[in-house]
Design a protein around this ligand. Structure first.
Ligand SMILES: CSCCC(=O)C(=O)COP(=O)(O)O
Ligand SMILES: [Mg+2]
Length: 224
């Protein structure tokens, strides 16, 4: 089957898992309370807080309740869309303040360039918001983010759900089997495979095995 689009994960596939765990999440936890206090009336944050309240059964959350809920979701490792929207905005402040810069593995840019030159359309799919994805990729060089045609996030559905991949294939107007999904996460790949997409596990920090073809980095991915 000819691959016409690549849908790649970011954290763990294109950049190190440690950047989320050791830099981004601690920064979001530390800044959350002050961020909500300062930005609760910004349109996107107000909407995210309302959505968080809806997910909790229709409550209108006071700022301290919203902070406690989002801190709890982060502790539980959950990725509901309102949390990811707010995290993205907090990280934007961090990048702009020079609090950190993101890392991208060195094989990523040349591989993306080669796939694009071969006529393959490039997309991301991450649990993080579109903004957070662009910031991570853009922090490693503006041209990297510009190479992507689209950035899917949890608004299309969670990454462990088969339906999310079906929705993406529909939006790309491609047969599922012509889309290759790259991720370090076996469970995400199982969901993509169940939806009929092609898969390759990027095994940078963990070994081989499992239900999917394995590549040690983007340069080792077989397309086609
Ligand atoms: C790409 S920005 C930070 C990553 C993140 O917030 C996350 O939840 C993990 O995202 P993944 O790219 O592994 O779906
Ligand atoms: Mg990942």
């Amino acid at each position: 089957m000819t691959i016409r689009a690549i849908l790649t994960d970011i954290e763990g596939a294109a950049g190190p898992l440690s950047f989320l765990k050791e830099t981004l999440l601690p920064y979001a936890r530390e800044q959350l309370g002050a961020f909500i206090a300062a930005h609760a009336e910004d349109d996107d944050i107000e909407e995210a807080l309302e959505e968080a309240g809806r997910l909790m059964g229709g409550f209108s959350l006071k700022p301290d309740e919203a902070e406690a809920l989002l801190q709890r979701w982060m502790k539980q490792g959950r990725n509901p869309t309102p949390l990811k929207i707010i995290q993205g905005r907090i990280w934007q402040q961090g990048y702009e303040a020079g609090a950190f810069t993101a890392a991208i593995f060195p094989d990523v840019a040349p591989s993306l360039g080669a796939w694009k030159d071969a006529g393959i359309r490039l997309f991301t799919y991450s649990s993080s918001s579109e903004l957070a994805q662009k910031l991570w990729l853009g922090s490693a060089g503006a041209e990297l983010a510009e190479g992507f045609e689209g950035f899917f996030d949890t608004r299309v559905g969670q990454k462990l759900e088969e339906e999310s991949y079906k929705a993406i294939a529909e939006q790309l107007a491609l047969p599922a089997a012509e889309i290759l999904v790259l991720s370090e996460n076996e469970d995400e790949l199982d969901a993509a495979k169940a939806a009929g997409l092609a898969t390759t596990r990027i095994a940078r920090e963990v070994g081989g095995g499992g239900n999917h073809p394995v590549a040690v980095n983007f340069g080792a991915v077989t397309v086609g």
